[in-house]
Write a protein that binds this ligand. Structure first.
Ligand code: PXG
Ligand code: PLP
Length: 440
């Protein structure tokens, strides 16, 4: 007999980034969540090693958010923000501005990371034109970057499977990625020592294309979904310096690193490098209600606030930009982050986290371990002729034993909620270690 209660038909839901037929033949369903744990539909407790998809930073089932959403839904469920406004969107923008990364305190609301990325790229191109640099339409990304799935995001992204089938924005180019396990494997206690010179790729692209054709360069300060790739020491500073010198806007994609993941409110704060635009989503509402935001510098914002007062300055926006219910969820989320010190808690946990993760280094097939804040990437050697198979087996095994991890290729990515206690970290390491031993 099926142990699952009320298993729905799985046919109609075309699942995102999923091997649909494989999944539906052996589904994994999560039915409830509280704190650090999911409950699977067959009633098992599953430790959330990934904060959902890098988004549930304050843990699951937070009453404060639920109540704020309920209140907002019954007060003002929806109102437009095109040539109209509602107070909570302004409130939320002000609260975000007060913690803005690098003082970038002008806030454009979106509904996801992908929308934030496409919005930031469009703002960058529009800004260049507004200041008389209309030939700057080219956007630069980086190999192994992930910037969501909009046409802009896949253009600057660096994952071949996300790009190969689709036409891309014209003229884009890429920096090389910074992943260099031969020189940097098992770096502990800081950033990889080697690779700052890779930022000079931007200089080469300027020499190749002409600075006057380049609007912006976008990178993840720490590349999350492509396997937890840390910036080499000095790399981001060098990129900032080259971009500034050539009039190129620098965009940090902080969809994952925003809202405390690294132990500072934003990676911008953590690394002490200030870009011109920052993209966010995910943790902005603790993953509860879809939302994203782009933070812009005064320079970029004010550069577009020109022309006749009656003219719309930026022909861009979403029906749900500044959705009142998402804003309510976001305000309650910021309250929790502040009350519980969660935007800096990862810094306190980092030493314990790093030690726990690096304790796995001698297990079979582990070729690198990378940690920063409350993030870890554990890279495994690939099985002959079957890239990704080993890590996928670890993922399924972990889930069956009560731990949710994320895999990309043969890299296991971990990013538990920022409310984790050291016992959760120890449990996670023990369960993952056992799975690694079984995954020969
Ligand atoms: N930029 C970055 C840096 C991201 O990590 C996006 C943009 C797109 O956000 P949306 O909300 O449109 O998905 C992301 C999203 C994973 C994983 O397994 C990572 C993401 C999404 C889904 C899975 O690492 N990051
Ligand atoms: N498609 C159609 C037909 C629309 O009318 C709209 C918005 O009005 C959109 C797409 C864009 O939707 P959204 O604003 O939610 O991104």
């Amino acid at each position: 007999m099926n142990a699952r209660a009320n298993t729905p038909s799985l046919e109609a839901f075309w699942m995102p980034f999923t091997a649909n037929r494989q999944f539906k033949a052996a589904p994994r369903l999560l039915a409830a969540a509280q704190g650090m744990y999911y409950t699977s539909d067959d009633g098992r407790r599953v430790l959330d090693g990934t904060a959902g998809l890098w988004c549930v930073n304050a843990g699951h089932g937070r009453r404060q958010i639920t109540e704020a959403v309920e209140r907002q839904l019954s007060t003002l469920d929806f109102a437009p923000t095109f040539q109209m406004g509602h107070p909570i969107a302004f409130d939320f923008a002000e609260r975000l501005a007060a913690i803005a990364p690098g003082g970038l305190d002008r806030v454009f609301f979106t509904n996801s990371g992908s929308e934030s990325v496409d919005t930031a790229l469009k703002i960058a191109i529009a800004y260049q034109r507004a200041i008389g640099q209309g030939t700057r339409t080219r956007v630069i990304g980086r190999e192994r970057g992930y910037h969501g799935v909009g046409f802009g995001g896949i253009t600057v992204g660096g994952l071949v499977n996300n790009r190969r089938v689709f036409p891309l924005l014209p003229g884009a180019d890429h920096l090389r990625h910074t992943h260099d396990p031969a020189r940097n494997a098992f770096t502990k206690g800081g950033l990889p020592a080697h690779g700052a010179e890779l930022a000079d790729d931007l200089e080469r692209l300027v020499a190749l294309h002409g600075a006057e054709t380049i609007a912006a360069v976008i990178v993840e300060p720490m590349a999350g979904s492509t396997g937890v790739l840390l910036p080499p020491q000095g790399y981001l500073q060098r990129l900032r310096e080259i971009a500034t010198r050539h009039g190129i806007l620098l965009i940090f994609d902080e969809v994952i690193t925003g809202f405390g993941r690294l132990g500072a409110p934003f990676a911008t704060d953590y690394f002490g490098v200030t870009p011109d635009l920052v993209t966010t989503a995910k943790g902005i509402t603790n993953g509860t209600i879809p939302m994203g935001a782009v933070f812009a510098s005064r320079k970029v914002h004010d550069g577009l606030m020109t022309g006749p007062e009656a003219a719309i300055e930026l022909f861009h926006g979403y029906t749900y930009s500044g959705h009142p219910v998402a804003c309510a969820a976001g305000l309650a989320t910021l309250d929790i982050y502040a009350e519980e010190g969660l935007l800096t808690r990862a810094a306190e946990l980092a030493p314990h986290w790093e030690a726990a993760m690096h304790s796995l280094r001698d297990l079979p097939n582990v070729v690198d371990i990378r940690t920063i804040g409350l993030v870890a990437g554990i890279e495994l050697s690939s099985r002959e002729g079957a890239p990704g198979a080993r890590a996928y087996d670890v993922f399924v095994d972990c889930f069956n034993k009560g731990l949710l991890v994320r895999v990309t290729g043969d890299i296991i990515a971990l990013s538990p909620p920022l409310i984790a206690e050291t016992q959760h970290i120890d449990d996670l390491a023990a369960m993952l270690g056992d799975a690694l031993k079984r995954a020969a």
